[in-house]
Every structure is written in C-alpha cells, then in structure tokens.
Design a protein around this ligand. Structure first.
Ligand code: PLP
Length: 455
C-alpha cells in the first residue's frame, strides 16, 4: 500500500508509524530496579524537573514521557489528516491494546475486554446489564464495606428497581478486610445473585482477599448451577498489584488507566467472561455494540438486532483513539518494569511512609488490613485535612484528599474524619522524598499545634 503523504509536509504516515513503534514503551524488555535505571524512569517524569514529589498515583499518576508522546503524536496526526483517517492508519496498533489488557490481567481472550472511558463507565455498563439478568424480587446483592461510593449508588438503584436487597459482607473487626468466615453463611442464608467487591479501596492501604472470596463463590457455584456472578473493582490495584482474573475467579472486573498504570485520563477497561457477556444484552446500546440487520429478501420485515461478540458489546462507537493508544503504551511501560517488581517496591516505600507517619505525635494513620499496598491514609488531630494538603502542596508534595463520602460504609463504621489525606507512592518515588514528606508533616503539625496552644 502506498504511504499517504500529508500535504505540505515531508513526513508520511509510514514515518509516523515508524516513530510510534520505536518509542521505548513498545519494547517490553524487562527492567530490573536499580538506582541506575530508576534514574531512567525518573527522566521519564516531567515532575522530576519541577521539584514536585508525586504521591497521588491513586488519584492520577503522571504519565511517563513515552506515553505522553504516543498521545501527542496521535493528536498531531489527527490534526494533520483528520481523526477518522488517523484512526484507520493506526487501527492495527489500537487493536493490540485489547491484547495488552488481556495479558495484564490474565484474561483468556481479547473478546473478554472492552475499552472504556473510566472505571465507572466500565463497571456500570457491565453491572447494569448483569443486574437485569440476575436480580429479581427477593434476591440479594452482596457487597463489602470498602466499596466505592459510585458503585453503592448504582447498587442501591438496581436493588430498589428489581426488589432486591443490598447486604454488606462484614469486615473482620480486627484486620479490616472482608471477613471470609461470614461469606459462606451469607451465601447459604440468602438468595444471592451478585457479589460486588473492591480489591483495593480508594481510602487506604487495605488489600481485600478477592482471590479467597472468588474461591468461596466458585465452590458455591459448582453446586448451584453458576447462580452467582462475581464482580471486582480493581481500579486501585492494576498497575501496583498483580491482578489475575484466573486466580480471582471473577466474572467481571474493571479499572481505569490514569491511576497506578500511569495512562492518560479518560481511559479504562471492562473485563467480562466471554460466555457471560454473550448471554446478556447491554443496558445501553448504540449501532456499534449492536447492528440492525434487515432481511434483504423481505425489507418490510422487522429488523433484527445483532450484538457484537464478547465484551465488545459494552463499547460505544466514539472514543479517543489517542488516549487508547496511550493506554496501551502505559501498559507496555508497566510490563517493561514488571508488576511484581512494582508491587515489591511500592510495598517497601509505603511501609516506610506509614511507619514514619505513625511515629509522629498527633498524626493518625488509618490503613487497615493484613496486607497493605501503596496507599497511605492519615490525618492530624485538630488540623483541617484540606489546610494541611494545601500547606504540603506549597512544599512540593502532590498528594490527595479522600472525603468520607467516597467510601460511605467503611468511613461510617470506622468513624473516619470527613476528609483524610491520601499519599500514594509509586515505583518512581524516592526514599528521600518520603522522608521529606514525613519531616514536613511533622513540622507543619507542630506549628499548627503551637498556634492552638502557644507555650
Ligand atoms: C476503588 C475505586 N473504584 C472506582 C473508582 C472510579 O474510577 P473512575 O473515576 O475511573 O471511574 C475509583 C476512583 O477513584 C476508585 O478509587
């Protein structure tokens, strides 16, 4: 095929493709952590030159330069030749993104993956479609205490509409994670149609035992004709923690691209087992997820609606191709470092931060769970969290604040403050940045306390 020449430019589409493919992110050569290549990784971080310490990967992590380049280059191409033409040119690269997601989470096939705009878009499209098939008057939807608020709202909504009941699996009172001993009894006592849990919540270091939950549901389903669908929110885990749909035994799982995967905003995916996806209708449809077919021999007959195969039926036609390509590049970047290596490093860094903060007077660390991840949540007694965040930002620490309304059940049960600080580390963070954050928290809290009770 002839290369398309962009009018008035020396570059051709072919040259663009060559550049695209030569980005470092498209080589999945394993990188072992050492100070040497950590400095390479840091060079891919814009913030490194601006004296910002990034502790907000649970909110939105800075894209590495190669990911940003992929997005920018595609936008550039769109501006030159038009978005539709540009999409045609990169379609084979875009379609590879499905395989990258499938590999990342151990899905069997690309047909189990839908590319969507956010974790919530993926979760709600799958959830509402499944709820219609699974919930009826008298059935129960089980969830966990740490579930994200967006999902609570949707679950309450469908339970009201279908006459079902929303029941929370209690957390272990000491450890804080889903109480695995309670689960078999709940499954036995109720007519459970769906179980929806969050792997890693938005508000702290907890890692819920989603694999063990999946094992309990699998055993139950083996004796009860696969009556329960199991849904996992992996929004905070992909990119910092190994996530395998095979080990979790889930039917559906969702996540976004902008957090620990370091992809662009406006990206995410929905995983759904192919057989399950093909057994239900999407709650919302357009002419991409389903096609209207008319019998040419009898054009006056009723047209039939034919759905796309697999999870593709949860996608709509319009999408940001630049962002989807960037999402694929972000997965390549994470894979080139290795998710296991990332998990080891973030655990070490988060433990250091947690320990440093826990030793400070008037500071409370709120993380629960036997196993803890990259998210560290804390607050200071008698000092406004939002004020403290602003003060820490002025010292170059970029971190997040989580309102209790984001995890309503967990926050109420643990009586968490209205807002807590969330410092989420990633592999590119440095020990010295963590120590400086701890020092700055200590000094700020001391100054504020002295203002309240001057000596
Ligand atoms: C645990 C969890 N689930 C779901 C979401 C929703 O993700 P998104 O904003 O991409 O829809 C978030 C966002 O912070 C989250 O922390």
């Amino acid at each position: 095929m002839m290369a398309t020449r962009v009018p008035g430019r020396r570059s051709t589409i072919q040259q663009y493709k060559k550049r695209w493919l030569s980005y470092p992110c498209s080589t999945t050569k394993a990188v072992q952590f050492s100070l040497d290549n950590l400095s390479h990784i840091r060079k891919d971080l814009y913030g490194d030159q601006e004296n910002v310490s990034h502790f907000n990967s649970a909110g939105d992590s800075p894209m590495p330069r190669p990911v940003l380049e992929v997005v920018k280059n595609h936008l550039d191409l769109e501006a030159r030749i038009g978005g539709y033409k540009a999409a045609e040119e990169v379609e084979s690269l875009r379609s590879e993104v499905y395989g990258k997601v499938a590999e990342l989470i151990g899905a069997k096939s690309v047909k189990e993956i839908a590319l969507v705009e956010s974790a919530t878009v993926g979760w709600t499209r799958g959830f509402y479609s499944l709820a219609k098939a699974k919930l009826k008057p008298g059935s129960v939807l089980l969830t966990c205490e740490a579930e994200y608020a967006a999902q609570w709202v949707a679950m309450k909504h469908v339970c009201r509409d279908y006459g079902a009941k929303l029941v929370t699996i209690p957390s272990d009172p000491v450890l804080g994670e889903i109480d695995l001993e309670q689960l078999p009894k709940l499954l036995h006592d109720h007519n459970v149609g769906m179980v929806c849990v969050t792997h890693i919540p938005t508000n702290g270091g907890l890692v819920n035992p989603v694999e063990q939950v999946g094992q309990v549901i699998k055993s139950y389903n083996e004796k009860n004709k696969d009556s329960i669908v199991y849904i996992v929110d992996a929004c905070q885990s992909v990119g910092q923690w190994p996530v395998s749909v095979k080990s979790i035994h889930c039917d559906m799982l969702s996540a976004c691209g902008r957090k620990f995967l370091r992809g662009p905003r406006g990206t995410g995916f929905l995983y759904m087992k192919q057989t399950l996806a093909e057994s239900i209708e999407p709650s919302h449809m357009d002419h991409y997820c389903a096609q209207v077919e008319l019998d040419p021999a009898d054009t006056s007959s009723d047209p039939t609606v034919v759905f796309r195969q697999g999870a593709g039926r949860f996608e709509f036609w319009e999408a940001s191709i630049a962002s989807q390509l960037g999402f694929g590049a972000a997965i390549d970047y994470a894979q080139s470092i290795g998710v296991k290596a990332i998990q080891t490093r973030v655990t070490m860094l988060a433990d250091r931060l947690r320990e440093g903060l826990a030793n400070l007077p008037n500071v409370s660390v709120h993380d629960i769970g036997t196993v803890k991840c990259a998210i560290v949540s804390f607050s200071a007694e008698g000092i406004s969290t939002l004020y403290l965040k602003t003060k820490l930002e002025s010292k170059g620490h970029c971190l997040g604040v989580v309102p209790s309304s984001s995890t309503p059940i967990d926050s109420a049960r643990r009586r968490l403050p209205g807002f807590i600080l969330r410092a989420s580390v990633h592999y590119f963070c440095l020990e010295k940045e963590i120590d400086t954050l701890v020092e700055d928290v200590e000094n700020l809290v001391m100054i504020e306390k002295e203002k309240v009770s001057p000596v």
